[in-house]
Design a binder for this molecule. Sequence first.
Ligand code: BGC
Length: 829
Amino acid sequence: MKIDNLKVNGISEPLGYSFPYLTFSWKTTVTDSSTTLLLVSKDKDFDNIVVEKNVTAVDNQITINNDFLQPCTRYYWKVQIGEFEAISLFETAKMDQSWTGQWISYNGKSQNSVQFSKEFDISKKVLSARLYIVGYGLYEPYLNDEKISNEYLLPGYHSYDLVNSYQTFDVTNQLKQQNKLKILTGNGWYKGRFIFEGGQENIYGDKQKMIAELHLKYTDGSSEAINSNKGWSVETTEVQNNSIYDGEVINYKKAKSKLEITTNDDTHLLTARHDLPIVKSKSLKPKKIFLDENNDWVVDFGQEITGWVEFGLSKNISNVKIYFGELLQNGKFYNKNLRTAKQEFEINNNHENHYVRPHFTYFGFRFIKIEGLNKEQIQSVRAYTLQSKIDETFGFNSSNRKINRLVENAQWSQRDNSVSIPTDCPQRDERMGWTGDVTIFSNTAMYNSDMRAFYANYLYNLSLEQKQMNGSIPFFAPYPKIKPFKGINPFLVTNGASTWGDVATILPMNLWNHYHDKGLLRFSLPIMKGWVDFVHQRDISHGDKHLWDFDQQLGDWLSLDNGNISIGATDPGLIASVYYYRSTNNLARAFDILKEPNNQYHQLARQIKQAIIDKYFDSNELNIKPLTQTGIAIVLNHQLYPNDDAKCHLISQLKELLSKNDDALNTGFIGTPELLHSLADVGQDELAYKLLMREKYPSWLFEVDRGSTTIWERWNSLLEDGKISGTDMNSLNHYAYGSVEDFIIEKMLGINLTNVNGKYIVRPHYTNVIKMISGSLETPNGQLKIKYSYLNNNEWSIDITVPNKCTVEFIRPDKEKKILTSGSYHLQK
Ligand code: BGC
């Protein structure tokens, strides 16, 4: 590689996207110190250059003004460093061009699936063809019976009531003289049953609809457009019941009926997409096929994934039904923890051969139960993962098999919960973009993968929702405005709360720490400010105490320190005030980075800190009542204590709490990502490692020992004997507790990101509990690689590769600092 990985706003060759800012980035191993030249042109040969910039930054990216962008235009861009160069492209969509296509739908009762179609002939030679399109609930576009693009579950999940994100496809090579466009649509998030607590149907609309414009440019210089309008046809399809939670039924015997087209001209919400495509990324063969204790055929794929199965169905097989689940219980297929989500795929055959797969659903599963196929036929069933297209950036290995599995589990839960939006879980009747889970896990996620564009899209949806909420942030985004129904907790569908709402500042700041993308940070600034100002206003209206110690909160969600009470024992007011402080600090920092005037947020942060100290400490004692692991961890981690004596006191209290608890943690969503960091930061490495390496319940390795392949929602999702602890809220695929991976990366491997481009601090907390540990992180300048091997007698051998143009400040075991410039080093101590 010399120069590659060219991306615009974190996306390779984005076609038909919205570009609210323009950040160009690339990777390079060119060591030449001459400056980098960035060129943007309207033609391949770079004769018509519209941007020319010298870039000196070592992080190989630049944010430029987007005011030159024109609609429906392809731009080529080039990075030149000395004798090396690399070229990529991006293309705008319709921008503010008005739509000539109309929304089309149908008359009569609501259907599960309809297909819109249009036949047309072309008599001239086509130079280029672009299809601008969106269909709801979900759609799959076909041209001449060939699927357009490798994307699934189009148009992804976005705040459909606030924006209609359309896609752009290059169909130049798929066109013939006689053509047929077919748009297959289903229910999806738009009109299928969705939202926890039983859900609702028709949240955004009760009928499928679509809009399209096919822009054709001919070689003779002329052009025309094929628009969706009354002239299209619509009919029902073989796809019957379908929804995100319940799965899909395909009935090939069902006769199709023609419906009458209706039209609508309200196109004001149409905006070019921001989201990454959802694609099939991995395929898995059955690992084990067996008859379970109920005498049902069950397949174990060996890994819990998000996706579906596909197979060839021969004409002699009439009906097949497949159930998807996460686990076995008593030797039987089990799916009761899906709550009301059915997760089923059913096919009724018409005595013909078919290749079958679902279209408008996805499943979270490791096991499937199959009715209607024999063992031999089952062997050809393949599972496919569905995930937003995200590049992975972190490799890990160690001499400890269980720690390796723990890291893999966190990475799998991340993949499985990256389908269009970051979800809490992929299987039960939830799968929503819970904000708190992102607050907790996003730092870890950004080591594992290039999450820049995925999270930017999430922030975009958050910003739309926030504008409806006076600065507040919903518990989940997209945030459907459902009418309250029986069983729904009114708190969860009304107001913002600490930690969940703080995603508004924590996500942008994590993005900044990992990518240093000024365009994205500037885009995020109003979201950050909106949230902090919202909390500040609430604070003012409750006496201006610089605390958030009122309002209902979710506390230390799912901790073990308060019996069955989910919010745990830590004072929710303390947690909320600490997060108020964190958010205010993040905002103050963002103002500084962007050189924004009127930064009054440093002062507000100082006031919050003082108020926390005044309320929760007295002169020489910590006064958190009741005293909890989480409470101490967050106060220590954010240095919210009055002086060093108080800090020492906190440390000894934390040690005492842990020892009283058999050296086990009892933390929930808030304490878990902070506890090990806080111990290691105050010189308690041994205790932190004890928690990490613990195998007895509760611990991470307890899960690993029970055969987990993803991270569980609860410490006791399964009990000692492998029995499920309950079915109410119990997923085996929730990434929050997988946030311990950033402890492994930042403390064990010692990788610390800095505010200065191209500089890393590697400050490992040496331990011999694992004899060998290694990691590699993709950086804009190549891999940062580190490997420690414990020899004996407190001696280590260390291999480290510093990427091109970067420096590493390396802290040796004897605490001596070494500045390493790019290259490979073998150190021994
Ligand atoms: C979700 C969580 C979420 C929580 C908050 C749960 O049902 O699965 O991950 O953050 O609710 O209430």
